[in-house]
Design a protein around this ligand. Sequence first.
Ligand code: NAP
Length: 228
Amino acid sequence: MATSRTALIIGASRGLGLGLVQRLHEEGWNITATVRDPAKASALKEVPGIRLEQLEMNDTAQLDGLKQRLQGEVFDLVFVNAGVMGPLPQDLERVDGADIGDLFMTNAVAPIRVARRLVGQVREGSGVLAFMSSILGSVAIPDGSDLCLYKASKAALNSMINSFVTELQRPDLCVLAMHPGWVKTDMGGENAEIDVLTSTHGLLEQINAQAGQGGLRFINYKGEALTW
Ligand SMILES: NC(=O)c1ccc[n+]([C@@H]2O[C@H](COP(=O)([O-])OP(=O)(O)OC[C@H]3O[C@@H](n4cnc5c(N)ncnc54)[C@H](OP(=O)(O)O)[C@@H]3O)[C@@H](O)[C@H]2O)c1
């Protein structure tokens, strides 16, 4: 009997993280999912067989605790999805320094702290380490200038992923910086172009297609290569 593949999804209480868990469950994966507050994860708890872990990504003690609890486990997919939009409006003259710090900590630094602790548990040869980036992190595109801080935080994430991969020296590992599309979630808003089902279905299709191909790639949910 074939054993199920295993996934760890960071930030799965709602939106794209929750959608990823639901799609993975439909495909028969064994899933561990993290949330900041288990009391607010009712939709996630409805997914049969899910293993729930608590994680505030910006707390290194909690990161170390998670690593300890997951000791010895091997994942076919580790997906660092959690992220925030940051303070609104993104008016550089008014925005609070602490809020800028929180944004860059959450979107650019904490994802790498997660990856550093767990990369050794991504299955050798076929495992995938994925980060939820954004096309808005591409420094070349003019779109979304009203979200200049969010854009910069995703550009910073892309840069941090690059440094992480360079430092790691594991050319066999498949590392993906993924753009999910503009998606109807709390963050994306109701005017977004696609729903969570379309996005997460596409993201998972790309993960399945890319598994086993070592190297770092910046792609969207349709598998199209994006400019860094
Ligand atoms: N929606 C879009 O159009 C779009 C486009 C491009 C990229 N993205 C990216 O996709 C990812 C998911 O976005 P979404 O649209 O699903 O947003 P969302 O509905 O606002 O969900 C964000 C998720 O991140 C979690 N999170 C935030 N800060 C965290 C922290 N410090 N520690 C742990 N978990 C944390 C939230 O947990 P709580 O429930 O506890 O707050 C929630 O599960 C983000 O990285 C976002 O930047 C989204």
